[in-house]
Design a protein around this ligand. Structure first.
Ligand code: UDP
Ligand code: MG
Length: 315
């Protein structure tokens, strides 16, 4: 009785030895100003520098700091997942260790949550010092995924988020292996609110997410949130079959029945080519059909819950 509720702050860490002490120093006054108890949960994602030494130092000196240490680098998505799995708070806030997510916004996230939001999402206004490739890439990614998937993702939404305990509990039921944490959180629904912030520049170290890593993440999320790529073969096949079928039929009739001049200009090998294209179209259609079955299996294997119920909160 009378005990304060706890907020968990989850921080994925990969090669941030210089940022870790700085982060702690800066986040401490912010967390202490809250009217909640807090825990600071670092997930060391197989860093190959001295991050773990720094983290263990903090853990030793401050009982509110906890460290999860991965055996190797599993990627930020898994680090965040582990943090969400292991946090104890009535809500958790996820943010980057490199101070790019402004920590002074933490109280604002909490205010929104107190006001009834179950998910509070940080939206980047614009990224200082972001390369053109990354800018264009992320623009295209959001355009594409919003076009082809059944679920809408807000452009520039970041991993800087607050999740209520009800959301955490639902999130912990996901079993899929290839995951984009923020997309899964979006899939869950719940009452959401947005906070706009300007991302800071990274002070120490380099961003771990290079072009290829981001591209892979983008591919994975497109595949797990849309079945369109699977169906494409079928659509293409239908188009080819229809087109070459009509052409072949037209030439066949023209050549042998109506003896039109146009049809007789096609040589035998050209006719053969049309026949082959027609058959390729049929093969593609068959692949498309197979894809429909695979799509079914895909959904079954993902094993997402059929629906999410917002539990009545006991407060
Ligand atoms: N990170 C991680 N595992 C990785 C890559 C990154 O835990 O494999 C962490 C990293 O330490 C940082 C956050 O994820 O706290 C964001 O990484 P980064 O700054 O490299 O990405 P960006 O800011 O470009 O999105
Ligand atoms: Mg960063």
């Amino acid at each position: 009785m009378g005990e304060k509720k706890m907020i968990s702050v989850i921080v994925p860490v990969y090669n941030e030895e210089k940022n870790v002490p700085l982060f702690y120093e800066k986040v401490l006054p912010v967390l202490n100003s809250l009217t909640y108890d807090w825990e600071l949960l670092f997930v060391n994602d197989g860093s190959c520098d001295k991050s773990i030494v720094e983290l263990e130092k903090l853990e030793k000196n401050d009982s509110r700091v906890r460290v999860i240490d991965f055996s190797r680098n599993f990627g930020k998505e898994m680090a965040m997942t582990a943090g969400i799995n292991f946090c104890h708070g009535v809500a958790c806030i996820i943010l980057d260790a490199d101070l790019q997510h402004p920590i002074e916004k933490i109280p604002e996230f909490i205010e929104r949550w107190e006001g009834g939001a179950e998910v509070v999402i940080g939206i980047r206004k614009k990224n200082k010092g972001e390369g053109l490739v990354k800018k264009v890439g992320s623009y295209l990614f959001y355009k594409l995924i919003n076009q082809i998937s059944e679920m809408k993702i807000v452009t520039r939404a970041t991993d800087y988020r607050l999740l209520d305990r009800v959301v955490i509990d639902e999130f912990n039921l996901f079993t899929e292996k290839n995951r984009m944490t923020r997309a899964l959180v979006d899939w869950l629904g719940f009452r959401r609110e947005y906070i706009y912030f300007e991302a800071n520049e990274r002070i120490y170290g380099v961003p771990a997410y290079n072009f290829w890593k981001l591209l892979r993440l983008a591919f994975n999320s497109i595949i797990s949130f849309s079945l369109l790529p699977l169906r494409l073969a079928g659509y293409l096949g239908a188009f080819i079959t229809l087109f070459s079928g009509v052409a072949g039929f037209y030439i066949l009739l023209g050549k042998y029945f109506f003896h039109t001049h146009f049809a007789s200009t096609f040589s035998d090998s050209e006719n053969l080519a049309i026949l082959i294209v027609f058959l390729v179209g049929i093969i593609l259609i068959s692949i498309g059909l197979l894809a429909l079955y695979i799509a079914n299996i895909h959904v079954e294997v993902e094993n997402r819950p059929l629906y999410i119920i917002r539990k009545t909160k006991k407060k």
